[in-house]
Design a protein around this ligand. Structure first.
Ligand code: F6P
Length: 327
């Protein structure tokens, strides 16, 4: 592979996701393999602006494939939204002759890379690192599988106590504007109802569904609710049900950031490894200003307009499945 690119910097940005370390490792080792100098930027765009950049080698990423979080740390950075902030970042890269970037993050991370590319023409590829699985054009984001497994494990534990006390639990899972974690942890955890941000769940319908279960001898029920949905917060939903159906003994559990941590599953490690190597090779082949992903087991490149304007829709079949299984 011959290319003008001789030095690549890698960083993680936005909410961390299990598997980011496997992605960093893959980028670093693919660079070493192709004789490219590789640098790590700490704290995402903050580190680019503040010149928090170190040279990495194959050993810098030993023993991290199994670790959650990100060894490069992460941040959500406001200064990079300004032309002045981006100018500082550009100067820092120029001083080291770094000629391409690989970021691991979600929508916001890719937006930053895209704007930077438009301003300075630095080739850049973004790996989809977010537990939300909310990026279009690909099947899965790095971290989603682990986070969903974590949610299922927690839901199973709540089921034990729900059953012991004949209680109704509302369990909030993460997924900003995206019901992927909710729908699949709900199906896998045997939820009676799943509230996703993409659709409104009328309270009367939810209560009717719960009542059918109770009439059919269900002693306890679990409702999985994605955060920030059209139907309100998990507390609002639970309060409304409490008011209209006071015969249920209701509890609320918010799983929160525990879903972002933990050792990545084999699936997230392999996905991140494939994408990390493919991103380096994509840059060497001349790809720029794209998000990389896997769709139908093939590496794909998704452009900024698509990532910015489309959603990763939840398929109707998953919704139908959840409904059938809840009786
Ligand atoms: O985007 C990943 C995510 O974990 C969302 O599911 C959640 O809404 C958000 O990040 C939380 O962000 P923060 O850690 O900044 O509170």
């Amino acid at each position: 592979m011959s290319s003008e690119i001789k030095k690549i910097a890698v960083f993680t940005s936005g909410g961390d996701a299990p598997g980011m370390n496997a992605g960093i490792r893959a980028v670093v080792r693919a660079c070493v393999y192709h004789n490219i100098e590789v640098f790590g930027v700490y704290r995402g765009y903050d580190g680019l602006i503040e010149n928090d950049i170190v040279k990495l080698n194959a050993r810098s990423v030993s023993n991290i494939i199994q670790r959650g979080g990100t060894i490069l740390k992460s941040a959500r950075c406001d200064e990079f939204r300004t032309p002045e902030g981006r100018q500082k970042a550009y100067e820092n890269l120029k001083n080291r002759n770094i000629d391409a970037l690989i970021a691991i993050g979600g929508n916001g991370t890719f937006t930053g890379l895209h704007v930077f590319y438009e301003q300075f023409g630095i080739p850049a590829i973004c790996l989809p690192g977010t537990i939300d699985n909310d990026l279009p054009g690909m099947d899965y984001t790095i971290g989603y599988d682990t986070a969903t497994n974590t949610a299922v494990e927690a839901i199973d534990k709540i089921r034990d106590t729900a059953l012991s006390h004949n209680r109704l639990f509302f369990i909030e899972v993460m997924g900003r504007h995206s019901g992927y974690i909710a729908i699949n942890s709900g199906i896998a955890g045997g939820a009676v109802s799943i509230v996703i941000p993409e659709a409104e769940t009328p309270i009367d319908e939810l209560i009717a569904q719960l009542d059918v279960g109770a009439e059919n001898n269900k002693k306890s029920s679990l409702v999985v609710v994605a955060e920030r949905g059209q139907s309100g917060s998990v507390w609002e939903i639970a309060d409304q049900v409490k008011e209209k159906a006071p015969y249920y003994d209701i509890k609320v559990t918010i799983l929160g950031h525990l879903q972002r941590g933990g050792s990545p599953t084999y699936f997230d490690r392999v996905l991140a490894s494939r994408l990390g190597v493919a991103a380096v090779e994509g840059l060497l082949e001349g790809k720029k200003d794209v998000m990389i992903g896997v769709k139908d087991n093939q590496i794909v490149y998704v452009d900024f307009d698509r990532v910015n304007n489309q959603r990763h829709e939840i398929d109707d079949e998953s919704l139908r499945l959840a409904k059938i299984l809840s009786i």
